[in-house]
Write a protein that binds this ligand. Structure first.
Ligand code: PMP
Length: 455
């Protein structure tokens, strides 16, 4: 008798549904089980979710009595028309409305997944495309959280850039990880610093070890949150090689990819595009270019890892909002890939103007008080205040009295007890007039702080 795996619904998973899982594990040269937590390894497919997948491309003859799908006739919504800023409209006719309102596959709305695969193949040409999968998540944060939860056990070592996106630290901190913090400079993560941080281990001794050694490297390579700068191609190749030497999975968190200032053809290659070994999980987001409230992102990476994220989604959110997915899919239908990329150019132009206004205000008010690198994209200016060794108190206790607020740099540090002389100012929604006022107020605040220090 064939041994049947147990599903999360507590029933045995039929042989034909096990096949896809087993083949994806075998198809890879890497041993991914080293990277998976016990909890993640224990995840088994939900039978009902897997059967629901049969609905995709189902024959009209199929009598589907397997799922607990509510009857859409009883949903009160009929159709919709969404007016675009250019005057056109996306029409959601009644049949499409059913897709918007009904449960769907955990990996994502198939027409959208297809379009995102095409876009990803075009932009990143992943070298191991046949062994790579792409799934839709509820924003990139959802994918990032599930990926980290799939690989991190309490107390594990985690390699991350510092400063680091607070959303990532918030996922990691409850695990009480031992951070291997790699300092970033004005070009992002420095491979020399990465090598130095890993020098306490010998690569050949830890490559296959499951516990007590680093296995995951987190990096936000483009227009980084909070530093605003990007890692150049040479550094990326060196970082990839180091990850390969130490057998690390690279988490490429790239929500600002489409908000880099410059031509798409000149963007530095993504880690996914250089992943010949199957060690990159890439996180994309629509939040910065289409909508943050629709909550859509996508994860691309080695099938055995992506599959674990899908199993987690099967028991958490089931899938990202169908309404959001259909809307973005229809948008791509209307615009095509070229139209989408043209839109991202307009987004870049907008933020570039914002950056210019911010830099102008900074030159005027912060020269001599702060230092900064010019952001290569995104929406943040990372300010160093050389005269103030810790900006936390100054900002949180007194900035509001000066009618300005920003984020103290310590919020982005792996060890929140380390004093930090930086702060992050967002230039995304502030008008140039308000930037001028805000940075003038900030300069008053810093001068006051410097006076207090003298007293
Ligand atoms: N990563 C980084 C570096 C971010 O700045 C953000 C958004 N603040 C996210 C992930 C999460 O974005 P999303 O809206 O796609 O979940």
């Amino acid at each position: 008798m064939r041994s049947a795996k147990r599903t999360t619904d507590g029933v045995a998973l039929p042989y034909f549904l096990q096949l896809s899982l087993i083949s994806s594990l075998l198809s890879s040269r890497m041993n991914y089980s080293r990277f998976l937590t016990k909890l993640s390894q224990n995840r088994q497919p939900s039978l009902i979710r897997e059967l629901t997948n049969l609905l995709t491309d189902a024959s009209p003859e199929l009598v589907f009595m397997a799922g607990g799908l509510p009857n859409p006739q009883m949903f009160p919504f009929q159709a919709a028309s969404i007016t675009m800023k250019d005057g056109r409209a996306i029409t959601i006719h009644p049949k499409l409305m059913t897709d918007c309102l009904q449960y769907g596959p955990t990996a994502g709305y198939p027409p959208l997944v297809k379009k995102l695969k095409s876009l990803t193949e075009r932009l990143h040409a992943p070298p191991r495309w046949a062994d790579t999968d792409l799934i839709v998540t509820a924003g990139s944060q959802d994918g990032l959280c599930k990926a980290l939860e799939m690989m991190i056990e309490p107390g594990d070592f985690v390699v991350t850039q510092e400063p680091c996106y607070t959303g990532t630290l918030s996922i990691l901190n409850p695990f009480e990880p031992r951070y291997v913090a790699v300092k970033c400079d004005h070009e992002g993560m420095n491979p020399k610093a990465l090598k130095e941080a890993l020098s306490q281990w010998k690569p050949e001794e830890i490559r296959d070890v499951k516990t007590g050694v680093p296995k995951v490297l987190y990096i936000n390579p483009n227009a980084c949150n909070p530093t605003g700068v990007s890692v150049g191609e040479k550094r990326r190749r060196e970082i990839y090689d180091i990850a390969s030497e130490y057998n690390l999975i690279i988490l490429e968190d790239d929500p600002y990819y489409f908000v880099q200032f410059g031509n798409l053809k000149d963007f530095p290659p993504s880690f996914l595009s250089m992943d010949t070994e199957g060690r990159v999980l890439r996180f994309d987001s629509f939040s910065k270019v289409l909508s943050s409230g629709l909550r859509l992102g996508y994860v691309t990476g080695p099938k055995p890892l992506v599959e674990r994220i899908v199993l987690h989604k099967q028991v958490s959110i089931l899938h990202a909002s169908s309404m959001s997915q259909v809307l973005i899919s229809e948008l791509f239908e209307m615009w095509g890939e070229d139209g989408f990329l043209k839109h991202t150019e307009a987004v870049q132009e907008f933020y570039l103007k914002q950056r210019e206004a911010m830099l102008e205000a900074a030159e005027k008010h912060l020269t001599g008080l702060c230092e900064w690198a010019v952001p290569t994209g995104g929406m943040f200016l990372w300010l160093k205040v050389p005269g103030v060794s810790e900006t936390w108190e100054m900002i949180l206790n007194r900035a509001l009295k000066k009618d300005v607020i920003l984020v103290p740099g310590r919020a982005f540090m792996c060890d929140p007890t380390t004093p930090c002389s930086y702060m992050r100012a967002a230039f995304s929604i502030v008008t140039p007039e308000k930037m001028e006022k805000g940075l003038k107020n900030l300069s008053d605040l810093i001068r006051e702080e410097l006076e207090l220090q003298k007293a």
